[in-house]
Design a protein around this ligand. Sequence first.
Ligand code: PLP
Length: 385
Amino acid sequence: MEIIYFDNNATTKVAEEVLEEMRPLFCDLYGNPSSMHTFGGRIGHRIKKAREQVASLLGCEPSEIVFTSCGTESDNAAIRGALAAVPNKRKVITSRVEHPAVLTVCRDLENAGFTVVEIGVDRQGRLNLDELDAQIDANTALVTIMYANNETGTVFPVERIARMAAERGALFHTDAVQAVGKIPLNLSRSHIDLLSLSGHKLHAPKGVGVLYVRKGTRLAPFMLGGHQEAGRRAGTENVPGIVGLGKACELAARNIKMENTRVKALRDRLEKGILESCPDCRINGDSENRLPNTTNISFEFIEGEAILLMLDKYGICASSGSACTSGSLEPSHVLRAMGVPFTAAHGSIRFSLSRYNTQEEVDFTIEKMPRIVNQLRELSPFVPK
Ligand code: PLP
């Protein structure tokens, strides 16, 4: 059975060009870039090139790029590193819809005595900017707000928030793991101090990420040890991963227009097709400011997991907005923060596309969806009779 992969916000296929670029770095050019010999030294310029490729996609200086192991590490390093660098301030502001890589760190900080404020969102997942504005004060060390939400695709007005933070003397970090490669960024004209991205969300392999650190930003290193990454992140470099990420960024820059035209058109076609053929469903997320590849749809009266299992039978990979924890199906914290009613939150499915998807795949899914929904609703005790 052919796989139809609509789960690109979870992870992406490694691009063939990326794999080709990485291949020599396993068995031929396997030296350690810190070694004194020429063999190791030959690796250094590969890392330099990758740093330039990432910087070019982000519109920043290569020296502002720190390679890490993943988005989670970048988020941890940004938040903890920023707080350690400004020990006189004890307040952190974030949102209720962050990825656990940010939210769990913030809750841990709260347990350690920091004041942590989680800003709410409205029914479309848009951040309450008035609440945020009122909260940034002289004690605020850091504002950390995601660029785009992984579940709904809602894009936040991050540049505006960064300016608000800068005006009050607070550092600003954004988890841009879902945004990079999907929407154009230009950090040279930005107030963002720290930005996280992850390789495996943009057709590079798993196990490599980046923390952008704006020149002059004070940041205590998260990983201590050797002098790699100019002392900002110790540990022997994941050279194949870094080289792959560099190539993926080069490809992303080339394909970003396609993300916002062809991929967006496929997403819109899928969304429209499902909404027209399945009654009692609705989109979760901001209708105007949304990632071009993401749609999150709530199907009333049925369970997201049941829909996923039936999609799976056709080889269609998507994901649900619920998390199965300790035997009970909890709706996602994002949909709960948005005030999505319980019955709708339970039946929510995220489809996230990439440039590798085709119209045939979209049309196949549109054809199957009403059948799946009707079948499950016939069995559901929640459908009003
Ligand atoms: N932040 C966001 C918004 C994400 O979607 C993810 C992964 O899903 C992460 C952080 C974590 O990235 P990684 O899997 O590279 O640790």
